[in-house]
Design a protein around this ligand. Structure first.
Ligand code: ADP
Ligand code: ADP
Length: 225
């Protein structure tokens, strides 16, 4: 059971309170969307869960373990960034395998797992290309493979579809949903698009002004008057 609990989680930047004592339980294997206007604290929340931002107050508990102060690689989470952040001089395959370099996994196992991940995101045929020889959608698949190869319990996605054209965005929605179902892990996906959240989410958490305004199944959240 890998429930993720946020307990009075708070982020301050100087005198700005970006995240104001939010509490929420994410069930294991849920597709959750964190929805809200620009500046409401979505990214700060995600970055604290990932460990890319210090927690000011409160805690993050994953499978009963307080991970609030662990380094990102030790939490059981992985993050996929908006700009994909691939290494330009490495092939697709090496980009994916690289994630495991610091984890003590030996080289044959790293490449075995990289190939499994490339198969999962349907990029096997392009494994030897460099990132600049890929389309935006293909780069995104590589970034997904790179995040998933560490076998996280929770994948964090910050506006993962915003750089794609509208056609590709719809296609990648289905792809994200398929991956989440196939892997059975939790996805927490930050977006400011209501239609995106409605199309993807089992659960929607609406943030406004650094707080959680409402949370629940998509149909309940959008049916409120
Ligand atoms: P969202 O992802 O919903 O757009 P953010 O978490 O990025 O919201 O930002 C929440 C608030 O925190 C905003 O007021 C933003 O200006 C502020 N903020 C975010 N990052 C920083 C930072 N590194 N330093 C100072 N203020 C920040
Ligand atoms: P080292 O730790 O010895 O420096 P790296 O993990 O950096 O090795 O890999 C060096 C290069 O060797 C990589 O860029 C990759 O192209 C290639 N390589 C390593 N292992 C494999 C493998 N199992 N299959 C294909 N290429 C590999």
């Amino acid at each position: 059971d890998s429930t993720l609990e946020l307990v009075s989680l708070t982020k301050r930047y100087g005198s700005t309170v970006a995240v104001d004592a939010i509490s929420h339980n994410f069930q294991a294997g849920v597709y959750a969307c964190l929805l809200g206007p620009s500046g409401c604290g979505k990214s700060s929340t995600l970055r604290m869960i990932a460990g890319h931002e210090d927690v000011s107050d409160g805690s993050i508990v994953l499978s009963g373990r307080d991970v609030s102060h662990l380094p990102p690689a030790k939490r059981g989470t992985a993050m996929m960034f908006q700009n994909y952040a691939l290494f330009p001089h490495l092939s697709v395959r090496d980009n994916v395998a690289f994630s495991l370099r610091m984890s003590g996994v030996d080289k044959p196992e790293r490449y075995k797992r990289a190939d499994e991940m490339l198969d999962l995101v349907e990029m096997t045929s392009l494994a030897d290309r460099r990132p600049d020889q890929l389309s935006g959608g293909q780069q995104q698949r590589v970034a997904l493979a790179r995040a998933l190869i560490t076998r996280p319990q929770v994948l964090l996605l910050d506006e993962p579809l915003s750089a794609l054209d509208p056609f590709l965005r719809i296609r990648m929605r289905a792809e994200l949903k398929r991956l989440q179902r196939e892997l059975g892990i939790s996805f927490i996906h930050v977006t400011h698009g209501q239609d995106e959240a409605l199309a993807l989410a089992d659960e929607i958490i609406v943030m406004n002004d650094a707080k959680i305004e409402q949370a629940g199944p998509a149909r309940d959240v959008f049916n409120k008057p």
